[in-house]
Design a protein around this ligand. Sequence first.
Ligand code: FES
Length: 193
Amino acid sequence: MLDKKINHPLHVKENSKISFSEATLAKAKQIIARYPAGREKSALLPLLHIAQEEFEGYLSADVMDYVASLLNIQPIEVYEVATFYSQYYLEKVGKNVIEICRTGPCAICGGEAIQAYLEKKLAIKTGETTPDGLFTLKAVECLGACGSAPVMQINTEFYEFLTKEKIDSILADLTLKAKEDKPEKSLWKEKFF
Ligand code: FES
């Protein structure tokens, strides 16, 4: 399946020898085994999270093909899911991915002004990554916390009732943490699965 030629704009071959580390592969097999035979596809979402964490924070076409081969499904079935959910990234992103909610309730509670402030503070447009690779700014649909609008998510953390002052403090904190150069903690492999 991995050697099959696929004519799709997402499909830019980089490294067809991609594979999980031994420890991650064991974790992946453990997750797949939770589902009945023939229903391995049910493990797709967690496997994509793990793959994203393992392979530089994003899902290249090769990585998606590899996940498809593990689940014995067609690559297109992986592309469909990976392109639908905003938690999956198809290109390299910054260390901190800021997802600001742009849906109605957040917008009327100041979300648009917060998004503009983030763009100004980071000196990038929505959809871009800062040159130091520290922050990527994305606008996403409802994060499911409308009662605390305006809301954003950074990696797996939620930030609610946002103000410009809160943004200043959050960005300063994350910048400081990056300078301390602490080893990255595994999020998906250890925390959620
Ligand atoms: S509209 Fe922003 S969290 Fe629901």
